[in-house]
Design a protein around this ligand. Structure first.
Ligand code: NAD
Length: 267
């Protein structure tokens, strides 16, 4: 991994598993210091921190429920304490609570919106406040700060049986673009990544079972299910100054899932 994030200070939410863990490890390998946020699995977060340190980086595990404003603020305070500030936020934590539309409880609607949309709002808001308080140190790079929100192909692809999740991700698109427009003049770059199907705990039933895996592959023109590292490499680039002119963009990393593969024949 090229050390494209040498000296950068990052917070990655939901980093004890899946995509967040992959991003935290890749950031460490690229030279960043990383606050590894976890919600409940302290041992898994400690392992990610160990891996970052083994790669020569700095890491600290911090427990926080990012659907709560005071918990988000605690992550940024930890970055200040351990690293002297923050340059990059990857707002990645997310959940699914799936149900057919008329079976979906208000509780599960709210739980998904509270974390997948409001949680991203709260962390991004705290990031912008902190970037402003720190000011722009041109020695640290052309941007004052960088924010990457974790969206999904379902910001674009409707998803029956998952209206809470799709609504949250559609909201993330609007949040990201509106915020990017609002703060770009201050040299804060806001972008999003929209993963396709990536092998993690969130969708285990869609890739662990062979029949389900075959069905899933029909939706992916590139012919394989993604790995957390596919997203991590994109995140390193989007967080680095190599992408300095990329502002307000959603980077789809989906093996072509958004290319309407069922239109390959006919249509
Ligand atoms: P995952 O379940 O491994 O990761 C989600 C993480 O969020 C977990 O570490 C979990 O502990 C954490 N989390 C849950 N509630 C939290 C809270 N209140 N506060 C802080 N952290 C909390 O699944 P993943 O696939 O790695 O998901 C990461 C992100 O990627 C999510 O936003 C998800 O919507 C998005 N995504 C995943 C896929 C995919 O195919 N895996 C596709 C598109 C988007």
């Amino acid at each position: 991994m090229p050390r494209d994030l040498e000296g950068a200070r990052a917070i990655v939410t939901g980093a004890s598993s899946g995509i967040g863990a992959g991003i935290a490890r890749a950031f460490g390998e690229a030279g960043a210091s990383v606050i590894v946020n976890y919600h409940s699995d302290e041992a898994a977060a400690a392992q990610v921190v160990d891996d970052i340190r083994a790669a020569g980086g700095q890491g600290e595990a911090v427990k926080a429920d990012v659907s709560q404003a005071e918990d988000c603020a605690r992550l940024f305070a930890a970055a200040e304490t351990h690293f002297g500030g923050v340059d990059i936020l990857v707002s990645n934590a997310g959940i699914q609570k799936d149900a057919a539309f008329t079976e979906l409880s208000l509780e599960d609607w709210r739980a998904v919106l509270d974390l997948n949309l409001t949680g991203q709002f709260l962390c991004a808001q705290e990031a912008v406040r902190r970037f402003r308080a720190q000011g722009h140190d041109a020695d640290r790079g052309p941007a004052m700060g960088k924010i990457i929100l974790m969206s999904s192909v379902h910001q674009a692809i409707p998803w029956a049986g998952h209206v809470n999740y799709a609504s949250a991700k559609g909201g993330v698109k609007a949040l990201m673009e509106s915020l990017a427009q609002e703060v770009a003049g201050e040299k804060i770059r806001v972008n999003a990544i929209a993963p396709g199907a990536i092998k993690t705990d969130i969708n285990r039933e869609a890739w662990e079972d062979e029949a389900a895996r075959k069905e899933m592959l029909k939706l992916i023109p590139y012919g394989r299910i993604g790995e957390p590292e596919d997203i991590a490499r994109a995140a390193v680039w989007l967080a680095s100054d190599a992408s300095d002119y990329v502002v307000g963009t959603t980077l789809f990393v989906d093996g072509g899932m958004t290319l309407y593969p069922s239109f390959r024949e006919g249509g």
